[in-house]
Design a binder for this molecule. Structure first.
Ligand code: FE2
Ligand code: FE2
Length: 366
């Protein structure tokens, strides 16, 4: 099933009701957090501040995106990261951790730190919204998807599904192209075409996925590419939405958080190139450095963005984030994630709520 089908069709009345109900619950939660920190006076003061309605909508969509990011990174951290007081939950899976570390011996630390970053993004944006008296975002109601049964994973409800992914790897060739830009309508081939089709686990579904080392490495390779796929999306999303922010302080938030998404992507696209070439059933990770691949479009160490066309073909090529076209960016991001099967098994109410947040963000104008 293609999840994007769930993004079409609206029931405005129900969605508005749902949105208000969930937002109210979220605001109460965040408000309570501020109270327990003894910052009531500050919060009350901030609530007098004005937040542009479009800015609030953009921040709410980003809060939702960060909550979803936290949920997926949390699952990676439980199995291949470093569960600790900064990022609690789970107890690690040594076999999967070792397979992921084929890409870099520090992968567990990077996974831990990326997870903590997303958690702080989510908490900060919601706290900022609450400080302005704006509705916040809470997706707890939708934590219904199953956890991995593999050793090390918590058994709790999840927002995202990492066990049946179709991982888009067009960012790999997009950032290596010297002549094309998605904002000009250009399309790009997948670096790992078989990963973009079908349903592939990026984490072991159970301990049965651990016994064949080749299969386990395929799962770890999948995770390695998925990390970069997620973070390149965040990289573009912040740059896209920043163009429609009205308040300078909100622009500062988007530029400052967006910059860390760029750092995430850059780290992961470097690590992804260290994957182990292999074949696991229909899933093929080819050697990207050898013919018929290799060269400027596939060489694994070309991890800096190649200069390409930007704004107009009349200008000289420029090394840039891509895409950055702002129109429909939030819905585009939601569709991109849905098409990857990340939300496989989620309810119609989940898609309706996320669609509502995305539409509101895309309606924002500076
Ligand atoms: Fe983030
Ligand atoms: Fe991120």
């Amino acid at each position: 099933m293609n999840n994007s089908e769930n993004l079409t069709g609206t029931a405005s009345g129900r969605r508005s009701f749902l949105k208000k109900g969930i937002a109210a619950a979220g605001a109460a939660t965040v408000g309570a957090g501020i109270l327990t920190n003894g910052k009531l006076a500050f919060a009350e003061e901030e609530k007098k501040g004005h937040l542009d309605a479009g800015d609030a909508a953009i921040l709410r969509f980003l809060a939702a995106a960060e909550i979803l990011e936290t949920d997926l990174w949390q699952q990676y951290n439980e199995l291949a990261g470093i569960p600790d007081p900064e990022v609690p939950g789970g107890s690690g899976n040594p076999d999967y951790t070792a397979a992921v570390k084929f890409l870099d011996g520090d992968m567990d630390q990077y996974i831990h730190d990326n997870t903590e970053d997303e958690l702080t993004h989510e908490q900060f944006i919601n706290a900022y919204l609450a400080s302005k008296g704006a509705d916040t975002v809470n997706l707890d109601h939708f934590r219904v998807l199953p956890s991995s049964l593999a050793t090390g994973a918590q058994q709790i409800g999840r927002l995202t599904n990492l066990m049946q992914l179709a991982v888009d790897t067009t960012w790999y060739t997009r950032y290596r192209s010297r002549t094309k830009n998605p904002d000009f309508g250009d399309t790009f081939p997948n670096a790992i075409p078989t990963l973009a089709a079908g349903e592939h686990p990026a984490i072991p579904r159970s301990d049965a996925d651990l016994s064949d080392p080749n299969h386990l490495q395929a799962i770890a390779n999948t995770a390695g590419f998925h990390f970069a796929t997620i973070e390149q999306g965040g990289t573009s999303l912040y740059a896209q939405l920043a163009q429609r922010v009205t308040g300078v302080e909100v622009l500062r938030i988007l530029l400052s958080i967006g910059g860390t998404e760029v750092m995430h992507f850059q780290t992961w696209q470097d690590k992804a190139g260290n994957f182990k070439p292999l074949t696991d059933g229909s899933l093929v990770f080819p050697d990207l450095n050898a013919p018929p691949l290799g060269g400027e479009d596939f060489q694994t160490n070309l991890i800096m963005p190649e200069p390409t066309i930007f704004l107009s073909r009349h200008f000289p090529p420029c090394s840039i984030i891509r895409p950055t076209e702002t129109k429909g960016a939030a819905m585009g991001a939601l569709k991109f994630l849905s098409d990857s099967h990340l939300f496989l098994g989620q309810s119609k109410a989940f898609f309706a709520y996320l669609t509502d947040l995305a539409e509101d963000a895309d309606d924002a104008k500076r």
